[in-house]
Each structure stands twice: as structure tokens, then as C-alpha cells.
Write a protein that binds this ligand. Structure first.
Ligand code: G3I
Length: 408
């Protein structure tokens, strides 16, 4: 094993949740590389010794065009200031994407900085960019336990939280009514490790409003924009590991409860923050679960797809190959399910990935999780995604139906 391919010595051991959400939610934890033991079970050496081909007959057309040819939507999460200040990045987005997702411009702490004040400047800029270039737009997110503004902690009480939530959703969703393909209405409300029988995560919303905050959010969003597809979004639904299996089961039960109550939910979002080197992936088990979700009449979106290369050796060829293989294996399963209507990566280029800040490599090498590299060049990951779209079954028109704002 060459020097460069040995994983760096452990620095700090974080639980997976701390890694993904302790930093991702801006909770102040300093982003640190995970320790070697955190990757227990990863088969990095085996994957590194198995070269795979992601050959394409041509490097054209773009991801959006390849997806659209199968009745799918491809897009990426981004932020208005990136498009406004980096014209070559904006050009790459226009070349590759049919949909934009508001990565941060509609997070509570960005759009609702004071109890009585909203700041839509960034989100309006992103919406105008999408409209100008005839791109679809999806809003992320309306209810989350992270990224809550400081005022929330001192203002929200059991007596006020319901109205705070309703007012936020009415104001934000109402502003973009008719222009949003879909909304992540509730984000990451499940965490079986918190020990509740219903698998719900202990969040401020649960504590302040009770379990019906989820139904309240969906009903409020549906009233504010009947045209948008309303989505429940979560992570750790992907692998054949206890925590993923537990969350898949809890989500299925939640969806069944919501459907029994005629709650206006039309889809789930699988964030799909994947891990290069993680091989505990059971295609048959995941396919079966996807079919159970689809059998509830729900659509499925892959909403935050990326593949962290933090566990991987420094060698670029090995890293890119393992990352591309993770994209290929995951999308091969997801795209077989006709209810899957969209694939959205959490960023388009390594130049702008949340992982650079929240999952830096212990060797300080630039992270390479996304389809385009820092120079906006297409990578093996891009080829793997393109190949997945090319190999995907064609969606019939009705299977891709989803809300009024479904085509440019
Ligand atoms: O905008 C401020 C800036 O003014 C300030 O100078 C700077 C100081 O650190 O912070 C900036 O805000 C940051 C924001 O991203 C915009 O860049 C927040 O600190 C930072 O916490 C925030 O991180 C985002 C995180 O969600 C929390 O909101 C990540 O970029 C974003 O990729 C991440 O996305 C989440 C999804 O919402 C839910 N699923 C997981 C995903 C990854 O964590």
C-alpha cells in the first residue's frame, strides 16, 4: 500500500450524526476529519483495486439533456451569490442543469433573520435567475431543526410556535406560489436513535408543537401553493446498515400515517449524501423499500446527492474512481424505480461543496465529491451520472407528473 494511499492517522472520532449534522447545521462544531475507525467496514482497498469503466460514446449532451431524454430531471443546489459572482460557474450550471435548488437562500437563518422580518433578496435573485433561463426551481426547506435563527430559541414557546411555523410557511411559500416545482416541507424529522416509538427526532418543533407539526407544515404549504409538489426530505436512507434500515422503516410508518390522514404529501426526498468506500449497500433491499414507498402513491426525488471522498486515499485516480462507482451503483438502483422523477446533486462543482467546510480531508487535499472539478471540468463522476441516465428506463409522462411548475 503506497504511502499516499494510507488513511491519515485518526484526529477526532465523531459519531456519524455529529459529522453530518453537527457541522452541517452550523452548530458551531469545528469541521474535523473523521478517524480511521469511523470508516470501519469500508472496503477502500478492494474498491481501489477494481478499476471500472464509465465510458460514454460521447461527452455530449449534458446531464440535464440525458435526464430529460428519459423523462427525468437533473439539477443542482446552489446559492444566488455564487451565480452572481462567478459567471463561469453560472455558465456551467446553465449547461448541465434543468433545475436549481435553494441550498441556503431559504434556510430559516438566512430568510427569516428577525421574528417580523424576512430577507428574500438572495432567494428572489435565484428565482429570477431560474425564471430568466427557464430552469425549474425547488425550495429547501420549510421546517428543520438546524439553521434556526437565534431569535427562535428565545421567541418560540408552546404557545407561539404553531403560529411562527404557519406564518413562516405562508409567507415563504406564498411568495413563490406557482413558481416552485417542489418544496422540502419537512427536513430530517426522523432519528430512531432518539428512542421514540415513532422514530421521530427530538427537535424543537416536536417539543413545542407535538407530533402534528409535520401535518401542520404540509397542510399549510398546500394551502399556500397547491401547485407545488410537497416533499418529506431526509438522509441515511441509503445503506444496508442498522441506522439506515431503522430510518427507512420509521419513514415508511410516518408516510403511512400521513397518507391515512389525507395529509397533502406527494413525494419523499432521499438526500443521498453518500460515502466513497462504503460498501454496505444492498440493492435488492433498497429497491424493495423504494417500491413500498411508491406503492403509497408517492414520487421519489434524489435531493442532495454527493459522494464524500474524505475516507479515500489521496491518489486522485483512485478517489475519482471510487466516487464515480458510488454514484453509478446508487443511481442504478434508484433509476430503476419509475417513481423516481429527479436527481439533484448538492452542488455541481467541487469549487463549491459544503463538504469542503464540513468534511475536509485529513491530508488537506481539496475535496472531489461532485460531477465537475474545481475548474468546472467534467470528472469520472460526471460520466457515471451521465451513464446512469443513459441506462435508465424512460419515464412515461404521467409517472413524471409533479406539480404545475414541472417544465420550463
Ligand atoms: O451566510 C453566512 C455568512 O454571512 C457568514 O459570514 C458565515 C460565517 O460562517 O456563515 C454563512 O452562513 C453559512 C451558510 O451555510 C451559507 O454559507 C452557515 O454558517 C453554514 O452553517 C451554512 O451551512 C449550510 C448547512 O446546510 C446549514 O444550513 C451548508 O452550506 C448547506 O450545504 C447545508 O445543507 C444541508 C441541508 O440544508 C440539509 N441536508 C444536509 C445538508 C448538508 O449539511
Amino acid at each position: 500500500m503506497s504511502q499516499s494511499s494510507r488513511l491519515a492517522e485518526p484526529m477526532v472520532r465523531l459519531t456519524r450524526r455529529q459529522f453530518l449534522w453537527g457541522m452541517g447545521g452550523g452548530m458551531g462544531a469545528a469541521a474535523v476529519p473523521l478517524s480511521r475507525t469511523a470508516y470501519h467496514g469500508y472496503q477502500i482497498n478492494r474498491l481501489a483495486s477494481q478499476p471500472r469503466s464509465f465510458a460514454l460514446s460521447s461527452l455530449e449532451p449534458s446531464l440535464a439533456e440525458r435526464a430529460a431524454a428519459k423523462g427525468l430531471i437533473y439539477g443542482a443546489a446552489t446559492q444566488h451569490h455564487l451565480l452572481a459572482n462567478d459567471p463561469e460557474f453560472a455558465e456551467a450550471v446553465l449547461r448541465e442543469c434543468q433545475m436549481l435548488v435553494t441550498e441556503n437562500d431559504l434556510q430559516w437563518n438566512q430568510v427569516h433573520p428577525d421574528p417580523e422580518r424576512f430577507d428574500f433578496a438572495a432567494a428572489d435573485g435565484l428565482a429570477e435567475f431560474a425564471q430568466m433561463h427557464q430552469l425549474l426551481l425547488r425550495g429547501h426547506n420549510l421546517v428543520w431543526h438546524n439553521s434556526l435563527p437565534d431569535w427562535f430559541k428565545t421567541t418560540a414557546t408552546p404557545q407561539t410556535a404553531r403560529q411562527i411555523l404557519v406564518n413562516h410557511i405562508q409567507t415563504v411559500v406564498g411568495r413563490y406560489a406557482g413558481r416552485m416545482h417542489s418544496w422540502d416541507v419537512v427536513n430530517e424529522a426522523l432519528l430512531p436513535a432518539d428512542g421514540r416509538a415513532d422514530g421521530l427526532r427530538q427537535t424543537p418543533w416536536l417539543e413545542l408543537i407535538g407530533t402534528d407539526y409535520i401535518e401542520l407544515a404540509f397542510r399549510t404549504a398546500a394551502e399556500a401553493d397547491p401547485a407545488a409538489l410537497l416533499v418529506y426530505n431526509d438522509f441515511e436512507l441509503d445503506y444496508d446498515r442498522p441506522q439506515d434500515q431503522a430510518k427507512r422503516m420509521a419513514l415508511l410508518r410516518l408516510l403511512e400515517r400521513l397518507k391515512q390522514r389525507d395529509v397533502p404529501i406527494q413525494a419523499i426526498g432521499m438526500q443521498a449524501h453518500l460515502w466513497g468506500g462504503e460498501t454496505r449497500f444492498n440493492a435488492a433491499k433498497l429497491s424493495s423499500w423504494l417500491e413500498q414507498v411508491a406503492s403509497l402513491g408517492l414520487k421519489i426525488l434524489v435531493t442532495e446527492l454527493d459522494v464524500t471522498d474524505q475516507p479515500l486515499p489521496q491518489d486522485l485516480a483512485i478517489r475519482d474512481q471510487i466516487v464515480a462507482g458510488a454514484y453509478a451503483d446508487y443511481l442504478a438502483v434508484l433509476l430503476e424505480q419509475p417513481a423516481v422523477i429527479a436527481v439533484l446533486t448538492w452542488g455541481l462543482s467541487d469549487r463549491y461543496s459544503w463538504l469542503a467546510e464540513f468534511a475536509p480531508r485529513s491530508d488537506s487535499a481539496a475535496v472531489r465529491p461532485l460531477p465537475l472539478d474545481q475548474h468546472l471540468q467534467r470528472k469520472l463522476a460526471w460520466q457515471a451520472i451521465a451513464q446512469a441516465f443513459d441506462q435508465a428506463p424512460v419515464r412515461t409522462k404521467q409517472s413524471a407528473t409533479s406539480g404545475a411548475a414541472t417544465s420550463p
